[in-house]
Each structure stands twice: as C-alpha cells, then as structure tokens.
Design a protein around this ligand. Structure first.
Ligand SMILES: NC(=O)c1ccc[n+]([C@@H]2O[C@H](COP(=O)([O-])OP(=O)(O)OC[C@H]3O[C@@H](n4cnc5c(N)ncnc54)[C@H](OP(=O)(O)O)[C@@H]3O)[C@@H](O)[C@H]2O)c1
Length: 376
C-alpha cells in the first residue's frame, strides 16, 4: 500500500440538501487530531432505505450539506496522538454509532441522523458531521474496531477467507445482534425473528443461529424463507431454523408458531411499511410467560394488551447495539462461528459515482447474505 500524503485530496459523495441529487466533491485530506483516526474507506454498506433517508421520505433529522454514510470497513491512514494500539495500515471496522464522550444521552448515526438531544446535535453538526461515503473519513478513535486481518482474510488453514470488503456484512449482523443481546437470548432458547426475509431480519436469523438459539423465521415470501434456511444451514450446520409463513390472519399465524413449542423471545425488525401487518402481534401472542421482545422496527407500539400484562411479558426497545456487543460480534466472526469465505455474504459493490444505481439495487437486493456497498 502506497503511503498516504497529508496534502492529497479525496472524493466524497455529498447530500447538499434533502431531496436534491447527490454529487461528488473533492476534499482535502484531514488531520488526525486527538481522539480521531483518518481511515481510507474500502467499503461502506447501503441501507435498503438509504435513498428514503436522503430524499426525505423517512424524515430522519440531519443537517446538510453532509457526506452520506453508514459504518464501513477501512484501513487506518493516520492516527491521532492519543492512539495507543491502532497504527497506519491496520484493517478496522468503522462503527457509525457515535456516542458522546461526556454525555451518555448523546447518540447518533453519522451520515444517517443526528439524534435527538442538544448534545448529539452539537456533536453531529460541529464535530463528527461527515459519513463514510467517501475515499477518506475522519472518525472517532473509539469507533475504529481493529480486525484480525490474518485470521479473517487469509485463504490458508488459519484464515477464514473473507475479502476485506465483504466484511461489511458485520453491518447487517451487528444490528440484530444488539437486539438479541439486549433481551439476553441464550443458546438453546427459541426466538422468533420477524420479518426474517429482509437484510436485518435475515441477518438476525443468522446471528441468532450462531448464538446457538433455535430460530423461527417469519415472512411473507416462502421462497425467500426456504433460501434463508438453506443459506444459513450451509454455513452453520448445527443451525436449527423453522419457518412460518405470514398469512395475514393473526390467529392462524399464532397457532403456526405455537406448534413449535415453547417460544422464549421475539426479535422485531419491521419496516414502517408493515404497520398494518399482524405478524408481531402473532409472535407476541405465542410467547411463553415471561417471554422477551426486542423492538427494533417500527410497528411495536401496539403490542401491550391484556395478554402482554397477564403473561408478564417484557419489551425492550433497542437502537443499534452497545459497543460491547460489537466487540463480541467481531470475536464471534474471528472465532469462525459463521460460514467461511464467499459463504458469508454476496456483496454488490458500486463506485461513488454510481450512487443512483446503488440506491436502486439496495431496495431489491435484500435478504440474508445480500448487501450493497460503496467501494470508493
Ligand atoms: N433499531 C435499529 O437500530 C434499527 C437499525 C436498522 C434498521 N432498523 C429497522 O429495520 C427495518 C428493516 O430494515 P431492512 O434493511 O432489513 O429492510 P428490508 O431488507 O427492506 O426488509 C424489509 C422486511 O420487511 C418485510 N415487510 C415489508 N412490508 C411488509 C408487510 N407489509 N408485512 C410484512 N412484512 C413486510 C419484508 O418482507 P418481504 O420480503 O415479504 O417484502 C422484509 O422481510 C428498517 O425499516 C428499520 O426501521 C432498525
């Protein structure tokens, strides 16, 4: 790898204002000030609804102009003076969840939204403003998680054979992992993932299986449910996955779930478009006494009824994951708990200039093991 020059420029994909076309801008290389790391971005995922964020369909709050983004896989270019372990050249996971260093209530996702407190908005507007849809990003030191490149990327016996760019699948895995951890899902428990045919739902099924849970995957698309079961079974032969077709009849779907016996937990990753669907109500109705629900999606507000109360159910809302969750997930990946090499994920990579195509593709290229990314 050629040494980076502090004077060189880089290209970034900029959202000038909500609803406007994005454009490429040339920027000058940032310094690594204390508390920061400058990273060369190798790949950064595109959400299935990334376009909706930048055209205002999903009214996420952020100030413009902004370099769009998400999390990323990158390589350290420069480190600030307070870095003790990270060094130039190191492969890192760049986590987009920024947390206030002196205010635990300040949390936001850079390139996606600026959070809801005065502190998060200050940090998002004045310090950690620009995201990872760029060749270079300056990121908080603590948001760079070192990756064991030898273990993850070598093709020999010691390595797992992943390409460094395909490691962006950590993005899909990390979100549901945060939800599953927040309700303490344990090996041997049974967890319903609903809906399971999307990017995060598919990965939720994947990571729950890697945790040793039995998973009941719910979805409307039976073909995709079958692909999900096969895909995960190939990489995790011990995976125990059942599927339930969402029929739209709440009682029928509850009975289908209960036919599998005791259900301990539910992971919800419903998009706003599923507001009228009864799948989450069915899953909650099928829970055992004291069962837990992780609400990560957008339809969880109407689950509290007499059944909820009389069965001592517990609902926990979760934004993303805690930092400890991410560190553990990286360890699980490095430990070889997922499929090796190309069995982990099939990524479609796009150049920054092809942002329209990337956003289009991300709306349809969904489901387990599928992800769209910018690879600047
Ligand atoms: N809490 C957090 O931190 C967090 C983080 C990231 C995302 N999320 C949430 O997760 C959601 C899913 O994201 P994604 O990228 O996985 O989306 P996605 O890939 O587009 O998947 C959407 C899923 O929802 C299902 N669905 C859509 N409309 C439905 C309906 N009317 N009835 C039943 N199922 C329906 C789809 O089923 P089909 O396959 O049948 O279309 C698919 O399984 C997001 O919308 C977001 O709100 C939350």
């Amino acid at each position: 790898m050629a040494a980076e020059k502090a004077s060189s420029n880089y290209r970034a994909l900029v959202v000038n204002s909500i609803g406007a076309d994005l454009h490429i801008e040339e920027r000058s290389m940032p310094d690594a000030v204390p508390g920061s790391v400058v990273v060369r971005i190798l790949a950064s995922p595109v959400l299935s609804y990334q376009r909706d964020i930048y055209d205002g369909t999903r009214a996420y709050p952020f100030s413009t102009p902004i370099v769009g983004g998400c999390s990323a896989v990158g390589r350290v270019v420069f480190v600030g003076p307070d870095a003790t372990v990270l060094q130039p050249g190191k492969l890192v996971w760049v986590d987009c969840v920024v947390r206030g260093r002196d205010d635990r209530d300040a949390v936001f996702l850079w390139g996606i939204h600026e959070g809801s407190t005065a502190s998060s908005k200050k940090l998002a507007r004045e310090v950690w403003h620009d995201g990872t849809y760029a060749e270079i990003a300056r990121v908080p030191l603590e948001n760079c998680i070192p990756l064991d490149e030898g273990r993850l990327c070598d093709n020999g016996n010691r390595g797992l054979g992943y390409s460094s760019r395909d490691l962006i699948y950590l993005w899909h895995l990390s979100v549901p992992f945060g939800g599953l951890r927040s309700i303490d899902v344990k090996p041997g428990e049974t967890v319903v993932v609903c809906p399971a045919t999307g990017g995060f739902g598919g990965a939720g099924t994947h990571v729950a299986a890697a945790l040793g849970a039995r998973v009941i995957a719910m979805g409307r698309n039976e073909e995709e449910l079958a692909r999900l079961k096969t895909f995960i079974g190939k990489g995790i032969p011990s995976a125990h996955i059942e599927t339930v077709h969402i029929t739209g009849d709440k009682e029928v779907d509850t009975s289908s779930l209960m036919a599998f016996g005791t259900i301990d937990a539910v992971l919800d990753l419903s998009p706003p478009g599923a507001a009228q669907s009864t799948h989450l109500l069915s899953a909650v109705a099928a829970l055992r006494r004291g069962g837990r629900i992780s609400i990560m999606g957008s339809v969880g507000l109407n689950i509290i009824d007499w059944n909820f109360l009389s069965n001592d159910l517990v609902a926990k809302a979760k934004l993303m994951y805690d930092r400890e969750d991410l560190l553990l997930l990286v360890k699980m990946l490095e430990a070889g708990l997922f499929a090796r090499g190309a069995g982990l994920v099939k990524t479609k990579h796009f150049a920054l200039d092809d942002w329209q195509e990337a956003f289009d593709e991300a709306t349809t290229y969904t489901g387990v093991g599928r992800i769209v990314a910018f690879s600047p």
